[in-house]
Design a protein around this ligand. Structure first.
Ligand code: AKB
Length: 340
């Protein structure tokens, strides 16, 4: 079997940890991990190589690219929605300029290797922007082409980078007399909020769900920053990892688009509280909405239509809400805090 070399940016983040753990269990894969901060020992040992560096540092990326022939790039590094609102110019640099640098690296790698290089990109439901909660409730499940009028820096960055990826794949340097060669096979999933049993997100607006669960498992009270009726789609982390891997593995001829919604379950904040309380009956969970963060959530869809992903590459989540809590989140988070 041929060995694949895979670059993962943002390797220290939640998806990075999940993806690296999964890939480490498979033969024929060499993971090259990149993050701004050094990886913890356990994660580092699962990688072929790990680098501490900045995706905004072109010189560093050049030297990384010289040292490896990448078959696939999972570009996970990003500043999430809440943090991006607080540091918009930094977010724009990391989320947009960083992605541009990675697309350039992919083109260069492809040219040098004489074959296509895949770039797998996690986008987000933050690319959607419904005007208000009433429109959101009316809209229900929305498809990839509807309501793409984001209200946040992060959503704007993600939507633009989706388009940048499509441009690099289809129209890059379209006026050149002599095509320079180099082809990026850009593929993207729009993730809902992700919930992991073993890591916590930082700087997201969907963080209320994982925070509620982890605080309860630690036996600490939680003031939830959204209204009880807030509803957005969520997914268990193993499904998030599996969506990326399945999209990467899909035959190109089956893909009718480069941008896919993926869904799993769509609970209200009350539904989440009930699940958490069923497992941790003494948990104290109060609702204390932060009106500004709430306003962002009111522009994100209540649910997504992921029929294109289901049809083109067989997307099907393993975990619905019941299974996510009963078979993954509750046992996982309980074990995690017991062994900590
Ligand atoms: C965030 O809340 O910013 C992210 C996302 C939904 O992309 N978790």
């Amino acid at each position: 079997m041929e060995t694949k070399t895979i670059l993962i940016t943002g390797a220290n983040g939640e998806i990075g940890h999940g993806l690296i753990s999964h890939l480490a269990e498979h033969d024929g894969v060499r993971v090259v991990a990149l993050d701004l901060n050094a990886l913890d020992d356990a994660t580092r040992l699962k990688c072929y190589k790990s680098y501490t560096g900045d995706i905004l540092d072109s010189r560093f990326l050049e030297s990384l690219s010289t040292g490896h022939d990448f078959d696939v790039i999972y570009h996970l590094a990003a500043l999430l929605s809440t943090r991006a609102e607080r540091q918009p110019t930094i977010a724009h640099k990391v989320n947009v300029d960083g992605t541009l640098n990675l697309l350039e690296m992919a083109i260069t790698q492809s040219r040098l290797q004489g074959k296509e290089v895949k770039m797998i990109y996690p986008s987000s439901i933050a690319v959607y922007g419904l005007p208000h909660a009433a429109a959101k409730n009316r809209a229900g499940r929305i498809n990839e082409d509807e309501w793409t009028d984001p209200r946040t820096m992060y959503g704007i960055n993600k939507l633009y980078c989706e388009r940048l990826g499509k441009y690099y794949m289809n129209f890059y340097r379209q006026l050149d007399a002599q095509p320079m060669g180099g082809k990026v096979d850009f593929r993207c999933v729009r993730f809902p909020g992700l919930i992991s049993a073993v890591t916590l997100p930082t700087g997201g607006t969907s963080d209320f769900a994982p925070e509620m669960l982890h605080q309860a498992a630690k036996g600490e009270a939680y003031n939830c920053f959204v209204r009880e009726d807030t509803r957005i789609p969520f997914m268990a982390m193993p499904d998030g990892v599996s969506a990326l891997l399945k999209l990467e593995a899909a035959p190109k001829e089956n893909l009718s688009t480069q941008i896919y919604n993926v869904g799993a379950f769509s609970p209200s904040a009350t539904d989440l509280k009930e699940r958490v309380k069923a497992a941790f009956p003494s948990a104290v969970i109060n609702f204390a909405p932060d009106l500004k963060r709430q306003a962002i959530l009111d522009t994100w869809p209540a649910d997504v239509d992921d029929s294109r992903a289901r049809k083109d590459w067989g997307w099907k989540p393993e975990y619905d809400m019941r299974k996510a809590f009963e078979e993954y989140l509750i046992p996982g988070v309980s074990k995690f805090y017991k062994t900590k």
